[in-house]
Write a protein that binds this ligand. Structure first.
Ligand code: HEC
Ligand code: HEC
Length: 269
């Protein structure tokens, strides 16, 4: 007999307890076979799921779920949401360290309905993206992106890491970012302009800020730290980016190729 069974029997006195124990063991497999506490897609209310999706998720994932600021969910395989349970966990808890927020206020049936609706989004034909990813890779290498962005461990830290950009953002969002970088600022990126009381003017990306001090990194990656009372000006430039639009600097074909390349960066190879 296993140690824990033995101690159970000792504690409760044999042989009556041992019979009860055998009875319990026989029922354990049945308990395991019972339906899981999350509701399956068949029983879900897809109409409610759709409404919840449109009101809670559409602003980031697009009303059709094919992405934007949020990932493209209209695909058969999702990176974080590998099965129904993982999908519900992602929705309920969010993805820490990313812009995907938690939705812990959803009750179990609403959670199941919105998750089931997300699954239906994956049953569409994959989005056709014009452009050639391998030509785009060559274009990336010939441009100045590496000064500010890290990819495969190489490059600067002024802008976000691009390794999984294709899994995090839609093709349309990526194109917009190249054409109009100032239109959207990812979480954690804010350009600051500071002028000290001695008249020294600096611009850079915010690293940290509290009520009394601010730290930022200039575009040569030099770190600066100031007490706020040392500054005459501290301007938060929400609508500014050090990244300059590539519209007009690339032909439309090169733009398509570059977007196709960035979309292919899903971190999964
Ligand atoms: C504020 C924007 C925002 C909102 C609102 C939002 N998401 Fe997200 N979501 C994101 C971003 C950004 C990611 C990608 C995170 C990453 O991997 O960096 C993401 C990722 C996901 C993923 C993981 C995709 C994968 O590949 O596994 C799922 C699933 C998801 N979101 C579902 C939802 C659902 C359902 C809702 C509404 C209940 C929702 N999201 C609301 C921004 C958002
Ligand atoms: C001078 C620095 C700089 C250069 C050069 C630069 N970027 Fe950026 N990039 C940034 C910064 C900072 C951000 C974040 C703020 C913003 O969106 O404007 C950003 C944002 C992005 C985003 C959006 C990321 C997201 O999560 O939404 C993409 C995509 C991107 N850059 C791709 C590129 C590519 C491709 C190139 C080269 C063709 C390039 N960048 C060149 C600094 C730069």
């Amino acid at each position: 007999m296993f140690g824990w069974q033995q101690s159970f029997a000792d504690h409760h006195g044999s042989p009556g307890a041992a019979i009860k124990l055998r009875f319990m063991i026989r029922w354990i497999p049945l308990v395991v076979l019972c339906p899981p506490p999350w509701v399956s897609a068949q029983t879900a209310d897809l109409e409610q799921g759709k409404q919840l999706f449109e009101s809670l998720c559409g602003s980031c994932h697009g009303p059709l779920g094919n992405g934007g600021r949020g990932a493209n969910l209209a695909q058969p395989q999702l990176r974080h949401a590998t099965d129904d349970r993982a999908l519900q966990n992602v929705i309920r808890r969010g993805i820490p360290g990313t812009e995907m927020p938690r939705h812990s206020f959803l009750n179990p049936s609403k959670l199941a309905n919105v998750a089931a609706y997300v699954r239906t989004l994956g049953r569409v034909a994959p989005e056709e993206i014009p452009g050639n990813a391998s030509r785009g890779e060559a274009a990336y290498a010939s441009l100045d992106c590496v000064i500010c962005h890290t990819l495969s461990g190489k490059g600067g830290i002024v802008g976000p890491v691009l390794d999984e950009i294709g899994a995090r953002r839609s093709a349309a969002h990526i194109r917009d970012a190249l054409v109009e970088p100032e239109a959207f600022t990812p979480d954690g990126y804010l350009q600051l302009r500071a002028v000290t009381k001695d008249g020294l003017a600096l611009t850079g990306m915010r690293v940290n800020e509290d009520g009394f001090s601010v730290q930022f990194r200039d575009f040569s990656e030099g770190l600066h730290s100031f007490w706020k009372d040392e500054l005459d000006v501290l301007e938060k430039q929400w609508q500014r980016s050090p990244m300059v639009s590539y519209e007009g600097r690339l032909t439309p074909e090169q733009m398509d190729d570059l977007v196709a390349y960035l979309v292919s960066l899903t971190g999964s190879t």
